[in-house]
Design a protein around this ligand. Structure first.
Ligand code: ZN
Length: 98
């Protein structure tokens, strides 16, 4: 009759994710990001998630998508400034040609 204890405790906005819950279900997006970004400081939490990750297709897919997202973001950040802006700057600084 009583609700699953973990389910009733579950709140999407609670970060960090409760460690004992990782085994049972996928962390939400915010917790997943927290686990990955704090992996160096929070080794135990990360390893807990790692155990889940190894057997969870959904989380493996999520991480792949996140990797892809960050790769695209990284490329965007590395992109030189828009060619239009560069051209405009060059026109402003170049000595005027007749
Ligand atoms: Zn999962």
């Amino acid at each position: 009759m009583s609700m699953n204890k973990n389910l009733s405790r579950y709140r999407r906005d609670v970060v960090p994710f409760m460690m004992e819950e990782i085994d049972e279900r996928c962390p939400d997006a915010g917790s997943l990001e927290y686990i990955l970004l704090s992996a160096h400081q929070n080794r135990e939490l990360f390893e807990q998630f790692e155990q889940h990750f190894l057997v969870c297709d959904a989380c493996q897919k999520r991480i792949r998508l996140m990797e892809l997202f960050y790769r695209i973001l990284d490329q965007e950040i590395r992109q030189p400034v828009s060619p239009v802006v560069v051209e405009m700057a060059q026109k402003l600084t170049e000595p005027q040609r007749a």
